[in-house]
Write a new protein. Structure first.
Lengths: 329, 180
């Protein structure tokens, strides 16, 4: 690639000021091209653009459509048929010719040169700094089997189911408080717009939580302590939404460098598997709420347990659970 | 095998089509055009499943990144065609597995964690900086459009966007280091 020349060439200062806009696709194409032309020969800008693009890309993880937006999704069934028909046709075409020969462009509308594929070669690998990815690899592992299975179930066995009213009342009152705050904040208008948005999101979140605790298809597993001090926990499994909500009380603070990890113990076809539902630390008052989404076959849940693990969690439990609950019916 | 791959795509569609539609709608406005974006998105997923790398983010984030791109194409459409490279959809069932179907709670927790971290980092930004980011990313607006929409000088929008994305990047990097 030859060096661009002429009045359109940006200085380093000009170009670096626009890198965020490039990463967010917020520049007209001509300007974008000028910034990229500079970046193509400036290692500093390349690095910066790579990390800013990774940060912008992480925003896709946090997209939060409103329930109204989800409900407003048009006739997705019709679109579904269209997609699957195209896919079936593609399958058939590929079956008739070697993959290399099947070179059709994606017949979408006209498009700008804005994608990763269209960037200068030097800018291509935009993945080196993606924090979410690094975060993921620190704990990624395949949680399956091992760790003396029968012990867990023995500890968990025979513990009673208790009414879930206390935890629910607490969540409900928190939610009511939030709703009151929401009303007050809305009155304060412009200055409080920011607070209002956060509170509205919180209320929505709590509403969802309440639904997941009280829905018609929610199963509750009670966890009791195997130690002298009496932490307790309760797992709500909303089978309709595949939502798991764990509420615990009176948990001691984990030791330095240690964390608590929540496990769903499943047993299918005689095989017990330990699947992590996440690590957590209790609040100062010893309470904790952990939420996860996971589809599990209705009959496969054997038990729920919490273990004390090294910070960052473990792919498999390394200690015996200090609270556990049997879920077999 | 073919039937399995198609079922995997259908499963992904059933789980995420409404979310993809919601994002597309924000960017293109027109409901029927959002339908087209949904179709484009899942078609591209089918053709490019081999490009999906779970280490780089959740399947839903990958889908939404594609959807945003396709929606922006339509929004800022110009008569310009580009050759698409071909990828064979060999690993689609792997993508669907990541798409929370048969995903382990462990991986689910990771996805939930990523989402929580990004949302927290976003919530920590000053309101006007966050607004600039959100309008650009989730609304697909250019800086000029954001300036018009918010009645803010273009230079201010540029500054906000730059500060916002730098802060977001630093927060996320800090978080990754804390875990490493």
């Amino acid at each position: 690639m030859s060096a661009p020349e002429g009045p359109d060439v940006l200085t380093h200062e000009q170009a670096s000021a626009e890198l965020a806009a490039v990463a967010l696709d917020a520049l007209p194409e001509a300007e974008r091209a000028r910034v990229l032309a500079h970046a193509a020969q400036c290692e500093l800008c390349q690095r910066e653009l790579r990390s800013l693009s990774a940060a912008a890309g992480a925003l896709a993880e946090a997209f939060d459509p409103t329930p109204e937006e989800l409900a407003a999704a048009g006739d997705l069934g019709r679109v579904r048929s269209r997609v699957l028909a195209r896919v079936a046709g593609d399958r058939a075409a590929r079956g008739a010719a070697p993959p290399d020969a099947a070179s059709t462009a994606i017949p979408a509308g006209p498009r700008l040169v804005r994608d990763e594929e269209a960037r200068p070669a030097a800018l291509r690998p935009l993945d080196t700094l993606r924090p979410a990815a690094r975060e993921a690899t620190t704990v990624r592992a395949t949680p399956r089997r091992t760790f003396g299975g029968t012990g867990w179930l023995a500890i968990a066995a025979g513990l009673a189911f208790v009414a879930a009213a206390a935890g629910l009342a607490r969540v409900t009152s928190e939610r009511n408080q939030l709703r009151e705050q929401l009303g007050a904040a809305a009155a304060a208008r412009s200055a409080a717009e920011d607070a209002r948005r956060r509170l509205a999101a919180d209320v929505e979140d709590r509403d969802r939580l309440i639904a997941q605790l009280t829905g018609p298809k929610v199963r509750v597993v009670e966890l009791a302590s195997t130690r002298t001090r009496a932490p307790s926990g309760r797992m709500f499994w909303d089978q309709a939404a595949n939502a798991w909500t764990f509420v615990a009380h009176d948990l001691p603070t984990p030791a330095t460098g240690r964390t608590y990890q929540l496990w769903v113990i499943a047993r299918e076809r005689g095989v017990t598997s330990y699947v992590s539902a996440g690590t957590f630390a209790p609040r100062p008052d010893g309470s904790a709420i952990v939420r996860a989404t996971y589809a599990l076959a209705p009959g496969a849940l054997a038990a729920i347990g919490v273990t004390d693990e090294p910070a960052g969690g473990s792919p498999q439990p390394t200690t015996a659970p200090f609270i556990a609950g049997n879920a077999t019916e | 095998v073919a039937a399995g791959e198609e079922a995997a795509l259908a499963a992904l569609y059933d789980r995420w089509a409404a979310t993809v539609h919601a994002l597309a709608r924000r960017v293109v406005r027109e409901p029927s055009e959002a339908d087209d974006v949904v179709e484009d998105t899942f078609w591209q997923v089918w053709r490019q499943a081999g490009r999906y790398d779970p280490a780089r983010g959740s399947a839903s984030a990958w889908l939404l990144t594609i959807a945003r791109s396709r929606a922006l194409d339509r929004r800022r459409a110009r008569a310009r065609l580009r050759e698409e490279t071909e990828d064979s959809p060999e690993t689609l069932s792997g993508v669907a597995a990541e798409g929370e179907l048969g995903r382990s709670p462990y991986e689910m927790a990771e996805a939930a964690d990523r989402r929580r971290v990004v949302k927290a980092a976003l919530a920590d930004l000053p309101a006007e900086q966050r607004e600039a980011l959100e309008l650009a990313y989730y609304g697909g607006l250019s800086q000029t459009e954001i300036a018009e929409r918010t009645g803010t000088p273009l230079g201010t929008v540029k500054t906000r966007m730059r500060l916002a994305l730098q802060k977001l990047r630093d927060r996320l990097a800090g978080h990754a280091e804390a875990l490493a």
